[in-house]
Design a protein around this ligand. Structure first.
Ligand code: SAM
Length: 615
């Protein structure tokens, strides 16, 4: 039974909740108790009897050819039940980095046997125990070796969610200060394998917000919450602190499953430990109910977010609107972004009023050119601005895509704009304008402010502009921000070539940790009549992680832009100043208003080193 519906929203994405159990060789009874009675979706259960040691079996004279007497039969459940109701737990005693040779060898043998058994059972995932101590090299080596031949099984490395301030040694019994570093070492030794994820043990004490934020860019599959971490409400029921609630909501938002672990530690009021039929309730039922309550009380996703769900953390190759002719559905997506055209209309209105004083409004006609008019939304916005300000306007709509020009002609005819709008079916670089423009309007920006056609094409088009003419936009600035984004990194890595690492993708970023505030990179201003002006830019930036964040891994950079359309009217996607409700997304095409990962994500040795210096 999944956790119900988020904010009453019927979602195709269900959230599930598991329960950590002890070993049982009677798996059907285990499932009956925890799933049928308890209401959990699956068990996180040891696969082998914890007393099993390969060396003891050998010492007792058993040979390899004997069946292992350490687990129940696979026949007790159908493969689909194993797969949907059981996450295997590899024996927690294993220590592949132990000084004790016998323990080390036993550990490696057991790990391999248990993963093989989990694969045989068609389990979806197996939990690997937390590395003992601070060294995990041999453990990671062995897991990496296993990963090479692994089918669909996912491995979740169990890691306590700790980051002490450095002085205290209360982080773990082994004195681990920052468990993220342990995870990072392990996954680097496993070459960022996408089948290796992390399961976080959520404790009663939580690290700082910034330190926690790093996990949002990691491949976290489960949050294991101990019953000890719950507080008690006035009625004796378990509840979580506000910080824990926020963390769990963040996990839900990132499809991280919750697993309840431990014993009943809350004294429920009399009578509440049995249900209405008087049968015994599962001892951890109240914890499950509380987790479900947290999920259900989350705000439903806004409609736009729901539409875009499939685009979260999905690599899209940027559009090439100069080289390619955009398709109707791409224009349609632009045109749905109404806030963009509202901002353009405001900018044009202000420019018209500045250009023509009220007393001359009935005499003077302003010449406005839309370069890259597409199917006409900026033409419409400009004409509406003229109507709003009572200014006379003559528009040239320049568009090089012959298909969009067809639509433009129909639009002009349908709206009766023939007297005001001239359509120029031409590449702006080669057009000889019959007159100069007072205002040049364009929308040629990419996510990074310059990865479509600005500034180069606009520099070329400014020859149409009067010396005192206005360009809308008048300037734009690109920004970058270092991010941890393990899913994106793995998706790029899957292509196995440098070209993909060097591609600036368009991405609707979701599972990313933004490690430091973004910083401006390049600014371009228009018009730019100076003979000395050139568009070459070079910039070196230093990003500082917040001091309480701990270490982090930079997989790449998110890129943004902010554009001054005219005076105080701006448009942008830089997170601290972004234009609200602006999106340019589509169901089937890469878009240009979303942030993107710039350049080569930084997991390889050379770039990591140079980034280490930058940070
Ligand atoms: C990002 S779209 C914007 C379209 C439209 N203004 C809108 O908001 O929907 C850029 C448009 O510029 C056009 N374009 C690109 N390069 C051009 C060029 N050199 N000359 C004329 N049009 C061009 C493209 O075909 C495309 O229609």
């Amino acid at each position: 039974m999944p956790l119900g519906e988020r904010g009453g929203w019927e979602s195709s994405e269900s959230m599930y909740c598991g329960v950590e159990t002890d070993f049982s060789d009677d798996v059907p009874s285990l499932l009956s108790f925890h799933i049928s009675t308890g209401g959990f979706d699956y068990v996180l259960a040891p696969l082998m009897n914890p007393s099993y040691r390969p060396s003891l079996v050998e010492a007792n004279g058993s040979s390899d050819t004997q069946a292992l007497p350490v687990s129940g039969s696979d026949l007790v459940l159908a493969p689909s039940q194993w797969s949907s109701h059981v996450v295997g737990k590899v024996s927690s005693w294993i220590d592949l980095d132990s000084e004790d040779k016998v323990l080390r060898m036993d550990s490696e043998t057991t790990l391999k046997q248990e993963i093989a058994w989990a694969t045989h059972l068609s389990l979806q995932a197996c939990l690997l125990p937390t590395p003992k101590g601070t060294s995990c090299a041999n453990y990671a080596r062995c897991v990496n070796q296993i990963l090479q031949g692994l089918g669909n099984l996912q491995l979740w490395l169990r890691v306590p969610l700790v980051k002490s301030d450095g002085d205290s040694m209360d982080a773990t019994s082994e004195g681990l200060n920052d468990s993220w570093e342990l995870w990072n070492s392990f996954r680097l030794l496993c070459e960022h394998d996408s089948k290796l994820s992390v399961a976080l043990d959520v404790m009663s004490n939580l690290p700082s917000e910034t330190s926690l934020g790093r996990w949002m860019g990691e491949s976290v599959r489960a949050a294991i919450i101990s019953t000890d971490s719950f507080l008690t409400n006035a009625r004796g029921y378990p509840c979580l602190s506000k910080r824990h609630q926020k963390l769990i909501a963040g996990f839900f938002d990132h499809a991280v499953q919750v697993v309840v672990s431990g014993k009943l530690v809350h004294n429920l009021q009399k009578g509440s430990d049995s249900n209405t039929e008087g049968t015994q309730r599962h001892p951890l039922r109240s914890y499950l109910d509380y987790v479900a309550y947290l999920f259900q009380k989350m705000e439903p996703l806004p409609e736009q977010e729901r539409i875009e769900l499939g685009y979260r953390d999905f690599l899209q190759a940027p559009l090439q609107p100069l080289m390619d002719n955009l398709e109707a559905q791409t224009y349609e997506t632009f045109e749905r972004d109404s806030i963009k055209y509202i901002q353009y209309q405001r900018a044009v209105a202000k420019a018209l009023v500045d250009r023509v004083p009220d007393e001359k409004a009935s005499e003077l006609t302003t010449v406005l050119m839309v370069v890259g008019a597409g199917r006409g939304p900026l033409v419409r916005a400009s004409l509406q601005a003229a109507e709003e300000t009572d200014r006379k306007l003559k528009v040239y709509a320049v568009e090089k895509n012959p298909n969009a020009v067809v639509t433009l002609h129909n639009l002009v005819k349908m709206e009766g704009w023939e007297d005001m709008v001239t359509i120029i079916s031409c590449d702006m670089r080669f057009w000889t304008a019959p007159e100069k423009a007072d205002i040049l309007v364009s929308e040629l920006l990419g996510s990074f402010g310059d990865n479509e056609l600005s500034p180069e094409c606009l520099d070329g088009a400014q020859r149409f502009l009067k010396p005192d003419g206005i360009s809308i936009p008048s300037s734009y600035t690109s920004f970058i921000q270092p991010v941890t984004a393990s899913k994106l990194y793995n998706d790029v890595k899957a292509h196995k070539d440098l070209a993909h690492f060097e591609t600036p993708y368009v991405v609707k970023l979701h599972s990313v940790a933004r490690l430091a505030p973004s910083q401006p990179v390049f600014t371009f201003a228009h018009p730019n009549f100076s003979t000395k002006a050139n568009n070459q830019r070079y910039k070196k930036l230093r990003f500082n992680l917040p001091s309480d964040a701990g270490s982090a891994l930079v997989h790449g950079f998110a890129g943004y832009f902010d554009s001054v359309l005219y005076k105080d009217v701006h448009l942008g996607i830089e997170p601290t100043t972004e234009t609200p409700n602006m999106f340019s997304c589509s169901i089937s095409d890469a878009q240009h208003q979303w942030p993107f990962l710039l350049g080569r994500p930084l997991g390889s040795e050379d770039t990591e080193t140079s980034l280490g210096l930058m940070m």
